[in-house]
Ligand binder design. Structure first.
Ligand code: AMP
Length: 489
């Protein structure tokens, strides 16, 4: 199998761009896909972002488009020849960026169109003519309807992240777009999974494709230091801030499971003085691109995001990843922490496990074949600074620094608990609830020993065919497996 780019005999202009990007040898998906695509075969590829799949389809695409290279200013000389379809704006933007870099020493024009942005600048670019068009399906249809582009000269089409496009409900849009394309063309389909729907899509639109699968690795890099902390939901934010401070974390991804949780957490961390931005499906296009850009430039320290918003984003070498929420799906754990500790660099992955998450943690351990110890972290707010005392509400006050009212409250509380001022409750002991005579009274049964409580005497008699030892089951309206929250995008 070909391993070096030099063996591909790509045009010197493409080879130069690749060399400038620092690529030396091909990744497995590139080594398998590029030679067959150069021969004009259709490909069905199972590969995810991070495997080098963008170059795997873009380089042979550009090589084959070079025959159309020209410097004419006439739009008619630059019809769309290659179309790359992606499910989200961020992915489209990222792929278009890479294509621009690979093509920078050629005369081929490329452009990207996606929703949530003004159509006018996109229209102007399309009207000038582009050979390679990267697009999200909905916006592309808008441009087709507005007659800003025609697709009858497309020779090459890529359906990237096809499984996700179907998940989002793009199938009808895809079918319409594909109906505008010439029948004779090269079609590539990339998908993380080959579900029956994907296979159906492939059999309808690909001709005799070669299937390429790059083994999906569930292994986590040995360079990533993984920690699981037992943390109550209410303490997660405090724990996060403390670890960031203690470990000197400069930048991190913070994963949460819902859009709402994502926005809330980002806002409160920002209020706490941490440079934070949120990335989730409800952010406007402009906000999402700005957030990513700020993180890439290092202007933001914490990027709080949901899995779907972050999936596929090419941000690597993040020093740390926090699983503020344990992912519902163990495979997402592998993807999340795969963003740190890349290429031999050391990384830190910290996961917060609250009581309800133990099963999810077990799923992760099973998937990656490793057992982890559930660690405990003493929160700074729980440590006893010298000269301070804990009022039982996790608030540390300086002795003498409180006002009269605060002192009165504290002393009244201490006297109820039978402690004098300065006497401390043992560390970790729960604060006592305020005294209430009802609770202080000794227990006195209110019923005579054989008397039945009122609710039992009113209960319906057990049907006679049932043994009195068998209790009828309480009816529960429905027992479904708890689904992921609807807003987990
Ligand atoms: P992708 O899976 O296409 O999103 O690529 C992930 C990252 O790998 C991108 O930043 C690419 O620039 C980079 N990359 C792609 N191919 C190679 C290669 N052969 N050598 C080094 N880096 C690569």
């Amino acid at each position: 199998m070909t391993q070096s780019f030099s063996e591909l005999q790509l045009s010197p202009n493409l080879a130069r761009a690749i060399a400038e990007m620092g690529y030396e040898s091909m990744t497995p998906i590139q080594a398998q896909a590029i030679p067959v695509v150069l021969q004009g075969r259709d490909v069905m590829g199972a590969a995810q972002t991070g495997t080098g799949k963008t170059a795997a389809f873009s380089l042979p695409l550009l090589q084959r488009m070079l025959k159309h290279e020209n410097v004419s200013t006439s739009p008619a000389r630059h019809p769309v020849r290659a179309l790359v379809l992606l499910p989200t704006r961020e992915l489209a933007d990222q792929v278009a960026d890479q294509i621009k870099q690979y093509a920078k020493y050629t005369q081929l024009r490329s452009a990207v169109v996606f929703g949530g942005m003004d159509m006018k600048p996109q229209t102007a670019e399309l009207k000038k003519g582009v050979e390679v068009l990267v697009a999200t399906p909905g916006r592309l249809l808008d441009h087709i309807e507005a007659k800003n582009c025609v697709l009858n000269q497309v020779e090459y089409v890529v359906l990237d992240e096809a499984d996700r496009m179907l998940d989002i409900g793009f199938l009808p849009d895809l079918q319409r777009i594909l109906s505008y394309l010439p029948k004779t063309r090269t079609t590539l389909l990339f998908s993380a999974t080959f579900s029956p729907e994907i296979k159906r899509l492939a059999s309808s639109y690909l001709q005799d494709p070669i299937t390429i699968e790059v083994a999906r690795s569930n292994a986590t890099a040995s360079t990533v230091e993984q920690h699981f902390y037992r943390v109550d939901d209410d303490d997660k934010r405090q724990t996060l801030k403390q670890i960031v401070k203690e470990r000197g974390v400069t930048q991190a991804f913070v994963f949460v499971n819902s859009k709402l949780g994502c926005a809330r957490l980002a806002r409160s961390l920002e209020r706490d003085g941490l440079k934070t931005t949120a990335l989730h499906g409800d952010k406007s296009q402009d906000e999402r691109l700005k957030a990513l850009d700020a993180f890439k430039k290092g202007e933001v320290d914490l990027l709080v995001c949901t899995d779907v918003a972050a999936r596929g984003l090419d941000i690597k070498d993040v020093p740390a990843v926090f699983n503020f929420d344990i992912p519902f799906n163990a495979e997402d754990y592998v993807h999340r922490i795969g963003r740190t500790g890349r290429a031999g660099a050391s990384g830190l992955a910290v996961s917060f496990v609250s009581g309800k998450d133990t099963r999810l943690m077990a799923d992760i351990e099973k998937l990656i074949g490793k057992k982890f110890e559930l660690e405990a972290l003493e929160l700074e707010a729980d440590k006893r600074p010298a000269g301070h005392f804990n009022d039982g509400q996790r608030a540390w006050r300086q002795q003498g620094g409180e006002d009269g009212e605060q002192r009165a409250i504290r002393e009244a509380r201490a006297s109820r608990e039978g402690r004098s001022r300065g006497e401390r409750r043992p560390y970790g002991a729960a604060a006592r609830v305020p005294a209430d005579p009802l609770f202080d009274k000794p227990y006195e049964p209110s019923l005579a020993p054989d008397e039945k409580p009122s609710w039992e005497s009113q209960a319906k008699p057990v049907p006679s065919r049932l043994s009195p030892n068998i209790k009828t089951r309480k009816k529960v309206p429905a027992l479904f497996k708890a689904p992921a929250p609807a807003d987990s995008v």
